[in-house]
Write a protein that binds this ligand. Structure first.
Ligand SMILES: [Cu+2]
Length: 135
């Protein structure tokens, strides 16, 4: 009975959850593919959390990246005070907390990815996730 319950909960999540919570984009220079997964059904006002999956152009998971996420409201040209926290969990998986969205409207999550941050020639690429109508 317990197992049945779990399947009942997980199955709709697997079918519908992926489409609304998960966003795939290639970075500006084409160096990486980023999958952004937001918990609780997409970006909302208040504190959001989720995860990032980072792979290179050949599909290999990328560990050890310095990732910065900046919430930005382009129409009003402001961000937020809170800095999202990114944790490297290995195998190209990063968890993200404290994505704070301060008001309703159009927002971007600007993601900056840096490999070899402490080396003379770090690899840097960026990607922007757009959310035109955050509630
Ligand atoms: Cu605003």
């Amino acid at each position: 009975m317990k197992n049945y319950k779990i399947i009942f909960i997980l199955l709709p999540l697997l079918i519908f959850g992926c489409s609304s919570n998960s966003f795939d984009k290639t970075t500006d220079k084409g160096l990486f593919k980023v999958q952004l997964i937001l918990n609780s059904g997409g970006l909302k006002t208040g504190r959001n959390k989720g995860s990032l999956k980072l792979i290179d152009s050949k599909g290999k998971p990328v560990d050890g990246a310095a990732i910065e996420i900046t919430p930005w409201m382009p129409k009003m040209e402001h961000g937020v005070m809170l800095v999202p926290q990114v944790t490297d969990n290995g195998k190209g998986s990063y968890s993200v907390t404290d994505i704070f969205i301060s008001m309703k409207g159009g927002w971007e999550l600007q993601v900056s990815i840096k490999i070899g941050a402490n080396t003379p020639n770090p690899i840097i690429d960026n990607v922007k996730f757009e959310f035109p109508d955050v509630q």
